[in-house]
Design a protein around this ligand. Structure first.
Ligand code: FE2
Ligand code: FE2
Length: 174
């Protein structure tokens, strides 16, 4: 693969790595016995999902829609899937009955896995001819900013972290 092609592919690889990490957390959640461990894998997964969804909605989706209008309808479907995942997240009760939480989280994980498959199999495969190189550094920078915000001490504030689509100001005041 030449350097140009590598730069092009970097963005898709990075998003796929995020997907893989999420899927790994779901497996670890499933394989844990202690409710505290399950809770911790769930929170890690949801925090990473929040960052990932921000990157997609703020940078990746709009860029792809402009660069390849034929996939716009799929991107819109993806955004609706994010919204429906987000409303499921809002119904989670981390501190409630562990069995109920497990059932709810597994249902949520299935929905996220479906969404990941949708993105990879319906959208990413259509982007071989789209030059994504330009947004690589933008995504990296934005990820750094979002991670810093997350590590600024609010990792246990479940609701604001999972409020994927609130503006930053809303999130800061939450
Ligand atoms: Fe997504
Ligand atoms: Fe994604």
């Amino acid at each position: 693969m030449d350097l140009n092609n590598q730069t092009r592919q970097y963005v898709l690889k990075m998003l796929q790595l995020d997907h893989k990490r999420l899927n790994d957390y779901f497996v670890q959640f499933d394989q844990s016995y202690l409710p505290a461990h399950k809770k911790s894998f769930a929170m890690t997964a949801l925090n990473e999902l929040a960052v990932h969804a921000h990157l997609e909605e703020e940078i990746f989706y709009p860029y792809v829609k402009t660069a390849k209008p034929s996939v716009a309808v799929l991107i819109d479907r993806s955004v609706r899937q994010h919204a429906s995942i987000d409303s499921l997240i809002r119904t989670l009760d981390l501190d409630g009955d562990p069995d109920l939480f497990e059932k709810q989280f597994l249902e949520l994980a299935d929905k996220i896995k479906d969404h990941i498959r949708f993105e990879e199999l319906q959208i990413f495969v259509q982007l071989a001819d789209v030059d994504l190189g330009a947004i690589g550094p933008v995504l990296d920078k934005r990820r750094d900013d979002l991670m810093k915000r997350e590590s600024a001490g609010n990792e246990h504030q479940f609701t604001p972290q999972t409020n994927l689509y609130a503006s930053e100001d809303q999130q800061k005041s939450a």
